[in-house]
Design a protein around this ligand. Sequence first.
Ligand SMILES: [Ca+2]
Length: 189
Amino acid sequence: MGNKSSLLLREEEIAQIHEETGFTPNQIERLYSRFTSLDRNDCGTLSREDFLRIPELAINPLCERIVHSFFADSNDDRVNFRQFTRVLAHFRPIKPNKENRLNSREEKLRFAFKMYDLDDDETISRDELLNILQMMVGANISQDQLNSIAERTIVEADTVGVGKISFDDFCRALERTEVEQKMSIRFLN
Ligand SMILES: [Ca+2]
C-alpha cells in the first residue's frame, strides 16, 4: 500500500465518513486504498471506466446500472471518495443494533428502485422493468416470456392501476423478500 493511500485522508475526514456511512476507520482506510488504486490518473476522483475495473462489479449483470448510481450526485461525471463511500454504504450488511441510515431496509429499497427508474420519474414503467429483466436473465428467456413476466409483475404490483410501479408498490411487492441479504455486497474481505 505505498505512501499514496496514507497521503490524503485526514483524521477529521475519516471521522465524518464514519459518522455518515457507519464504516469503521479501519474499513475506511482500506476503501481508500482501493479507491486510490482505481484512480489511475491520481486525480482524486473516479471515472466510469475506473469503476469497471472493480471485479465484484464487473461480474454483476447490473454492473452498468450500479455504476450509474455512483454518479447520481455528481455534476461532472467524476466521483470523489466521499461520494464513493456513501454509495457503498447502501451495500453494507445490516448488523443488529448497528443500523446506519444508509444501509437501512428503506434506503436499500430506495437504491434498488432507482436502479430500475432510469428516467427518475419516481415510477417504474413496463419498459424500465423489461430493461432490468433483460440484463439479469440475458438470453436465457425468450422475448415473449420476458414481456409476459414484466406484464404480470406490473399488474400484480401496481395497486393504483396506472400501469406503473410506484415506490410504495415496490416496497409492498418486496415485503417478504430478504432485501437486507440481497442488497448486501461484501466489498471488504
Ligand atoms: Ca421511470
